[in-house]
Design a protein around this ligand. Structure first.
Ligand SMILES: Cc1cc2nc3c(=O)[nH]c(=O)nc-3n(C[C@H](O)[C@H](O)[C@H](O)COP(=O)(O)OP(=O)(O)OC[C@H]3O[C@@H](n4cnc5c(N)ncnc54)[C@H](O)[C@@H]3O)c2cc1C
Length: 333
C-alpha cells in the first residue's frame, strides 16, 4: 500500500500540523512518500529527510507561495497523481481544508475530514472521527482508492528526526488559468487574535464576569482588563460559555473582544490544549463537552456547590476570580 503524506509549508518551513501528519503516516504499514507544496518545499523536504520516506515530491515557485484554491488544488492533484498513492494523509489546515476537496474530485478520490486517528494493518485501513458534536466516536473504512484523510491538529506528536538530503523530485504543474492575483495580505496583529489553537492554556470565561459582584456593582471593564491581561502574559487562547457570548446579541454590556467564535461546548467548539482554566463559569456544556480534550483542568468559582465544575475539573478553587486572576497577572507580569 502506498501512503502519501501531503504537506504544505508555512513561512518557508513545515508547520506543526504537517509534522503531526508525518507522525500519523509513519505509523501505517506501507510505502511512505512525502509530497510538499509551497515556498521552500525542497528545503522543507531536506529538513525531514530522515523520516523513512522512499520518495519526496515537491511543488514550489512563486505561484504556489501563497494559499490560493486554484493553484493549491492543481498542485495537490499533480502531487497525488505523481505518487499514485492509495492513502493520502494531509493536515486539516485552512489552506488544505479549502483546496483538497477539489483535488479529491479531480483524482477521483474519496475524502474524509476531521480525522483523529488512522490505523493500517494487513492492508486494512481504518479511520476515526467524532460525530454529533463529539458525542459519537466512529471507526470506519472505505474501499475507494485513493482515500484522502484530513487529519485534525493536536492529536499526533509532531515528527522529530534528522535532516539530510531528501533528493526531492520537482513535479511540474500546468496552470490553465489563474483567476486570483494576490497583492498582499492584511491580517490583525498576532496578539489581537484571541483564538490560538497552538496555545498551551485555554482560558474559559463564563457569564459570572458580567454579573453583580460582592459590592453589588458590575465590573465589566475590570473583567475585560483582567482577562486580556491574562491572555497577553500567559499567551493563552480564549474560550467562552454560551451565556457570556449571547449577552451581546441581547444588547447587554459585555466583553467587547468576545464573539461566538470563542464559544466552547455542545454548540461551540471542542479545542485541544494541554491545560484549561475555567473562571466564573457554571454550565454543563462548557465543562462536559467544551473542554473534554483538555488534559489538565482547573476552575475558579465562588460557588462550592457548582456540580459541573466539581465534576469535571481536576482542581477547583473556591475563590473570587477577579482576585485570583489579578494575582496571577501580577505574578506573570
Ligand atoms: C441545547 C443547548 C446547547 C447549549 N450549548 C452550550 C454550549 O455549547 N456552550 C455553553 O457554554 N453553553 C451551552 N448551553 C448553555 C448552558 O446550559 C449554560 O446555560 C451556560 O453554559 C451557562 O453559562 P455560564 O456558566 O457562563 O453562566 P452562569 O450559569 O450564569 O454561571 C456563572 C458562574 O459564575 C460564578 N461567578 C460569579 N462571579 C464570580 C466570581 N467573582 N468569581 C468566581 N466565580 C464567579 C457563579 O458562581 C456561577 O457559577 C447550551 C444549552 C442548551 C439548552
Amino acid at each position: 500500500m502506498k501512503i502519501l503524506a501531503l504537506l504544505h509549508t508555512e513561512n518557508n518551513t513545515l508547520p506543526k500540523a504537517a509534522l503531526e501528519v508525518l507522525t500519523a503516516a509513519k505509523s501505517l504499514e506501507g510505502e511512505l512518500m512525502v509530497a510538499i507544496l509551497g515556498s521552500h518545499a525542497a528545503a522543507a523536504a531536506n529538513s525531514i529527510a530522515g523520516c523513512g520516506a522512499i520518495k519526496f515530491l515537491t511543488v514550489e515557485g512563486a505561484a504556489f507561495a501563497d494559499p490560493r484554491y486554484a493553484t493549491d488544488s492543481a498542485a495537490a492533484t499533480a502531487l497525488i497523481q505523481a505518487a499514485a498513492a492509495d492513502i493520502v494523509l494531509a493536515p486539516s489546515t485552512s489552506r488544505f481544508a479549502r483546496a483538497l476537496p477539489g483535488a479529491a474530485y479531480r483524482v477521483g478520490a474519496h475524502i474524509d475530514t476531521h480525522i483523529i486517528a488512522v490505523t493500517a494493518q494487513g492492508g486494512a485501513v481504518k479511520a476515526q472521527r467524532w460525530f454529533y458534536r463529539q458525542r459519537i466516536l466512529s471507526t470506519f473504512s472505505r474501499t475507494a482508492r485513493p482515500w484522502m484523510l484530513l487529519i485534525e491538529g493536536g492529536v499526533n506528536t509532531p515528527f522529530e528526526g534528522a535532516a539530510g538530503s531528501a533528493n526531492p523530485e520537482a513535479i511540474a504543474v500546468t496552470l490553465s488559468e489563474q483567476g486570483t492575483t494576490i497583492n498582499g495580505i492584511q491580517a490583525p496583529a498576532a496578539d489581537a487574535q484571541t483564538i490560538r489553537p497552538d496555545a498551551e492554556i485555554l482560558f474559559v470565561a463564563g457569564a459570572g464576569w458580567t454579573k453583580k459582584q460582592k459590592d453589588g456593582q458590575y465590573h465589566i471593564g475590570d473583567a475585560g482588563a483582567l482577562i486580556q491581561g491574562f491572555l497577553a502574559t500567559a499567551k493563552a487562547s480564549l474560550g467562552s460559555s454560551k451565556s457570556l457570548v449571547d449577552l451581546k446579541s441581547e444588547g447587554q454590556e459585555t466583553l467587547t473582544f468576545m464573539s461566538h467564535m470563542n464559544q466552547v461546548g455542545q454548540t461551540g467548539s471542542t479545542p485541544r490544549h494541554l491545560k484549561g482554566l475555567s473562571t466564573c463559569c457554571h454550565g454543563e456544556e462548557p465543562h462536559a463537552v467544551g473542554w473534554r480534550f483538555i488534559t489538565e483542568r482547573r476552575a475558579v468559582n465562588l460557588d462550592a456547590n457548582c456540580g459541573w465544575v466539581q465534576g469535571k475539573a481536576d482542581v477547583v478553587y473556591i475563590a473570587d476570580a477577579f482576585e485570583v486572576v489579578a494575582k496571577i497577572n501580577a505574578l506573570l507580569g
